[in-house]
Design a protein around this ligand. Structure first.
Ligand code: ATP
Length: 370
């Protein structure tokens, strides 16, 4: 899918200094709350106070430090700390009930944290800063929250008006082109497929030209083609400089799109680049398969450079723990040939982000169950 998402490039946008209102029009409500209602209500507990942006060159777009949210005795998330760089795609992964949506709602100023601190778009998350933060962010909730009887255009006009979007016609035009819906603006939203409704929801989130876009499970329930379309849009938005905070259950999606991911199960279990997490958690291994069992595998694999150990995995398979596959693999090949083995395959084992996730989540579930 080719989109005009570059039109939303952050580079050509005049960044408002925190606390100012350069275009004279608030985008309050751009952090679209769930449901078909318009702008999200400000957190009740928010009271007026000064905006003090501590963002500067190189400052994180988003940061949390020891952030917690409790509903009565129930912990939604606890002691969550992370930083997200400007323009980064940051994945937030975790099982059902891990606290992902509540974290988004907290950072999006829809609910107040119980304790801890955070900055959003360089602005401290304090009771008085909700309006200024909401001018710089958008939230795309899991449920698109559109009026089904209104057309795509009418929905976007309605939200643009609620948000007080400047130049609404221009913004709507750019938004529908960004999500490739320019030819469907007359269709009633209720008559669109789920994938198309997600695109309308994304267009709605783009109306405010956000610096940070929170996407809460944007591909939930979409077929692979519709999900790929959304992936391409996210990637294009990221290239244009928008910081993306993505919650998802799709680990392949996170692996493909995210610069870094956090794995959450009420508390943050780990944070890092997917490849780093794999290396941190799993030893590198080579798997060798032969036509017939090796007569003396210990002699074949023993003492080879970069091979730290081996084990048999079935009658004709051998798993070697290696320090460096690029050194070990040629040495193993030579040793097998020398031993007269008929080699069927030799390959480096690949651990996916899903392996990392399952290892960490099963581990934390086990701890919980103790
Ligand atoms: P899922 O992947 O299923 O969407 P999640 O990781 O987004 O889950 P949350 O929706 O953030 O999880 O919920 C975290 C915990 O907080 C759950 O135990 C949930 O029941 C609880 N919770 C969320 N919102 C409220 C609320 N308004 N009142 C009470 N408890 C809540």
């Amino acid at each position: 899918m080719v989109s005009d998402v570059g039109l939303f490039g952050r580079g050509d946008r005049h960044r408002r200094p925190a606390g100012s209102d350069a275009d004279g029009s608030p985008h309050e409500g751009a952090a679209g709350g769930s449901g078909a209602g318009g702008p999200p209500p400000a957190v009740d507990s928010l009271v007026d106070g000064p905006v003090t942006a501590d963002g500067g060159p190189g400052a994180p777009a988003l940061s949390a430090s020891g952030l917690s949210k409790l509903f009565g005795d129930r912990v939604a998330f606890r002691d969550v700390s992370f930083e997200v760089g400007a323009g980064e795609v940051f994945g937030f992964l975790g099982p059902n009930g891990a606290g992902k949506t509540t974290t988004v709602r907290t950072l999006g100023t829809l609910i107040a944290p119980t304790s801890g601190s955070a900055t959003v778009a360089g602005i401290p998350l304090t009771p008085g800063n909700g309006v200024d933060i909401r001018r710089r962010i958008s939230i795309m909730p899991e449920s698109p929250g559109l009026y089904p009887r209104l057309s795509v255009l009418e929905n976007l006009e309605c939200f643009a008006e609620l948000y007080g979007t400047p130049d609404p016609a221009g913004r709507i035009d750019r938004a529908v082109r960004a999500v490739n819906l320019a030819d469907r603006t007359g269709d009633a939203c209720g008559a669109l497929s789920k994938g198309l409704r997600q695109r309308v929801a994304l267009a709605r989130a783009l109306l405010s030209d956000p610096e940070i876009l929170f996407l809460d499970e944007p591909t939930a329930g979409l077929d692979p083609v519709a999900a790929r379309d959304v992936h391409e849009l996210i990637a294009a938005l990221s290239r244009s400089g928008v910081t993306i905070f993505l919650t998802t259950h799709r680990l392949a999606e996170a692996e493909r799109l995210c610069d870094r991911v956090a794995i959450l199960n009420t508390t943050v279990r780990t944070i890092g680049r997917p490849a780093e997490l794999r290396d941190r958690l799993f030893a590198r291994t080579l798997t060798v398969r032969t036509l017939a069992p090796l007569g003396d595998p210990g002699r074949v694999f023993g003492g080879l450079p970069a091979v730290d150990g081996w084990r048999q995995d079935g009658p004709v398979a051998y798993v070697l723990t290696v320090a460096d596959a690029t050194v070990a693999a040629p040495a193993v090949t030579r040793a097998l040939v020398k031993a007269g083995a008929d080699v069927l395959s030799l390959g480096e084992s690949h651990h996916s982000l899903e392996d990392v996730y399952l290892e960490l989540i099963e581990d934390s579930e086990a701890v919980r169950g103790e």
